[in-house]
Design a protein around this ligand. Structure first.
Ligand code: G3H
Ligand code: ZN
Length: 279
């Protein structure tokens, strides 16, 4: 089916108090697995391509980006194709030109006024093309800035940021941290509810890999909507590839070990999508 507007997907999920799974694509195999998983559980899904992943793929958005768009077109469930963590405004424009229907402009590293100003500019050209925009407030929260587990978003500041910029979804700092390979992050569910009550757009959780299943169910019940997952899938994928390679030293065909890794991503995404839909 044609791409589905992430704003509609997120509004529907928020109204139903369920989560909307957004999974990063580091290799094409991940995108295949994520779409197949969504189809198997009949849930919408967001395919995310980050600026970092684009850098890995030769610095060009088109090759992998076009593949994601083609997979979305052929999917039997709603799919959105999203540019993740872009601090390069030109890359945001390139994603819009290519046909992505959602963009995260990440100006969280910028001084606050500059972040608001640049985010508003990105919103202007994205909305002119009917593309949704996710953004994030900057805040000092430790050595990793807004992505440090100690960082916290202030509800009133978040509401003002949305009013100043016109963003469609807002990433908030509530206790998660990027790239955790264990699931011990503790989220501030009271703060999630307070931000949800103060802010008129759906909320996005980054660094979801570090959150336990029970923690995620509680976060969604408290008001979190778009759930971004990357590292957790990488851990599963790499674990299986390592196992398969260790079991047979004669293997040389990448399909024989990447394929099982891809199957693991499919199983985990299906499991997580079911978990996020639990009420
Ligand atoms: O934007 C992507 C996510 O925030 C992924 O974070 O790798 O910690 O799951 P994660
Ligand atoms: Zn993130």
């Amino acid at each position: 089916m044609p791409l589905v507007d992430i704003r509609h997907m997120a509004a529907e999920a928020a109204a139903e108090a369920v989560g909307l799974g957004a999974f990063n694509v580091v290799l094409l195999e991940f995108a295949h697995a994520e779409v197949e998983a969504a189809e198997s559980v009949n849930r919408p899904v967001i395919l995310q391509l980050s600026q970092n992943a684009i850098k890995y793929h030769g610095g060009k958005i088109a090759p992998l980006g076009k593949a994601l768009l083609a997979l979305a077109e052929e999917a039997s469930v709603p799919v959105a194709v999203h540019l993740d963590h872009a601090d390069d405004v030109d890359l945001c424009r390139a994603a819009v030109d290519l046909g992505f229907n959602s963009v995260m402009y990440d100006g969280s590293h910028l001084p606050d006024d500059e972040n608001r100003e640049t985010t508003a500019k990105v919103v202007e050209f994205c909305h002119a093309a009917n593309v949704a925009v996710e953004a994030e407030l900057g805040e000092v929260g430790g050595k990793n800035g807004v992505h440090d587990p100690s960082a916290r978003t202030d509800p009133d500041d978040a509401a003002q940021f949305v009013a100043d910029t016109g963003v469609d979804l807002l990433a908030v700092a509530v206790g998660s941290s990027h790239a955790m390979t264990t699931r011990g992050a503790v989220l501030d569910t009271e703060l999630i509810s307070a931000i949800r009550d103060a802010v008129p757009v759906p909320l996005v959780l980054h660094g979801s890999s570090g959150v336990s299943d029970d923690g995620m169910v509680a976060a969604i019940a408290a008001g979190m909507t778009k759930i971004n997952v990357s590292t957790y899938l990488n851990v599963g994928f790499t674990g299986i590839v390592r196992e398969v390679l260790a079991s047979d030293e004669t293997l040389v065909d990448p399909r024989k070990y990447v394929g099982p890794g891809r199957d693991n991503v499919r199983q985990e995404v299906a499991r997580l999508l079911n978990l996020y839909a639990r009420r």
